[in-house]
Design a protein around this ligand. Structure first.
Ligand code: HAM
Length: 420
């Protein structure tokens, strides 16, 4: 029978890669904690309605990419394609919003989108994200960008480009959408099929399309910033001026609208030239209406998420993934497998001392055990040979220096502590 394969667009995370993930996770956790965020974990699946209402039914995510199924009771469930809507659902349900103070949450975990798999694009991928909830002022937009920036720097990513735009408030966006639709309708025949389809429901997506036909038409389209009222201009002005004051580089990108419906005011993405066509490794923005859309009280919020696989691709290309191979402290050997119970008891004592320790599980020859100790990268080997056992001793070998000494079996723990 043919061996079964993993599902297309999914990847196994192998033992030799796991140290890199631990490294990335530790940077996320440390930076998020520095900025006063605490972790929230939610289930992998939600009622489909969370994403229909949260992400928006004109988006590609909801329209084409969700893993949706009925459970045995006929409930429509969806594997989460993103966290923001699920997190807001949880925050409302668990009453995590406190009046007049922000709730700051971070998350890390797998997400699912039925996209066409390619380098940097998978059907199961991982995001780290942070959401600053219940804050309407642009200081919080800035703080989330600063957190994202700190993570990028702490990971050691040398080259990244922050692209930023503002979608203004709802009123100016509504006026603009009508103007944009009128303009695009005049050029309907020249637009891509995707954009022709999006024009009515989500005209903003047409202007960030990568199709050359849409790019040509969008070049002369009305610009959203020309419709800004004072509130929209002041909000974005504060964010931009603060980035300037802090010396953080950015590119203003008029046509950055992002692929989710919930944004208003600031939106941003991080891009890297190391990534080819899937060049965006993180993105986010402000969402002021999502709480109400999911049945909660008003709580304007802002956040972002990084794609962990894309961060890893960048780190790999910068040669920054050199986590040391895992090491074993002790390998406990016997020259005869009848003495294994003694090896097991010494291994047990080492584990109780907080060391990592293994003994032979294959009843192998002495020579093969030594090979095993090398393969496992053991720092030290303890040898329980015939002579040692007869004399109540243990041989202790330092695998780095090759030095070997004999110690007495009495006061084992004390002696080991003194030597290493
Ligand atoms: P997003 O831009 O859809 O935003 O996803 C964020 C990041 O997840 C992307 O920049 C990318 O690195 C990664 N990503 C997305 N899809 C895939 C995929 N199929 N394969 C690999 N990586 C992928 C959001 O999800 C928003 N919830 C971000 C946010 C948080 N906005 C406000 N708060």
């Amino acid at each position: 029978m043919a061996a079964l394969q993993s599902v297309r667009g999914t990847k196994d995370l192998l033992p030799n890669q796991i140290q890199d993930w631990y490294f990335i996770e530790s940077v996320f956790r440390k930076c998020a904690e520095q900025f006063g965020y605490t972790e929230l974990r939610t289930p992998i699946f939600e009622y489909t309605e969370v994403f229909l209402r949260g992400v928006g039914d004109t988006t590609d995510i909801v329209g084409k990419e969700m893993y949706t199924f009925d459970d045995k009771s006929g409930n429509s469930l969806t594997l989460r394609p993103e966290m923001t809507a699920a997190l807001v659902r949880s925050v409302i349900q668990n009453s995590l919003i406190q009046q007049s103070s922000p709730t700051k949450l971070w998350y890390f975990g797998p997400f699912f989108r039925y996209e066409r798999p390619q380098k940097g694009r998978y059907r199961q991928f991982h995001q780290f994200g942070a959401e600053c909830l219940n804050t309407e002022f642009p200081e919080s937009d800035l703080e989330t960008i600063l957190l994202a920036n700190r993570i990028i720097k702490s990971l050691g990513i040398a080259e990244s480009n922050l692209q930023i735009n503002s979608l203004g408030n709802e009123t100016v966006r509504a006026t603009y959408k009508e103007e944009l639709k009128n303009y695009l309708k005049q050029h309907f025949d020249k637009l891509s099929e995707d954009s022709q389809r999006r024009l009515e429901g989500n005209p903003l997506r047409v202007i960030d399309s990568k199709d050359p036909r849409d790019i040509e038409i969008s070049a002369n389209a009305p610009k959203l910033k020309n419709y800004f009222d004072n509130e929209s201009a002041d909000h974005f002005g504060f964010v931009i001026k603060s980035l300037d004051d802090l010396g953080i580089a950015y590119t203003l990108k008029d046509n950055l609208v992002r692929g989710l419906d919930y944004y208003s005011h600031t939106v941003f993405e991080f891009q890297s030239s190391y990534l080819g066509s899937q060049d965006s490794f993180g993105g986010g923005g402000r969402y002021n209406k999502l709480f109400e859309e999911l049945g909660g009280k008003k709580a304007p919020s802002v956040g972002f998420a990084f794609g962990v696989e894309r961060l890893l691709l960048i780190l790999e290309q910068q040669n920054l993934l050199n986590s040391p191979a895992p090491r074993l402290d002790f390998y406990v050997m016997t020259s005869n497998s009848k003495d294994l119970p003694l090896a097991i008891s010494y291994t047990d004592r080492l584990i109780k001392m907080g060391k990592s320790a293994n003994y032979d599980l294959h009843r192998k020859s002495f020579k093969s055990q030594l090979k095993d100790a090398n393969r496992l990268n053991a720092r030290y080997v303890l040898i329980l040979g015939e002579d040692e056992i007869q004399n109540n001793q243990i041989a202790f070998k330092n695998m780095e220096t090759g030095e070997q000494i004999t110690i007495a079996q009495t006061d084992f723990e004390d002696q080991i502590s003194k030597i290493i």
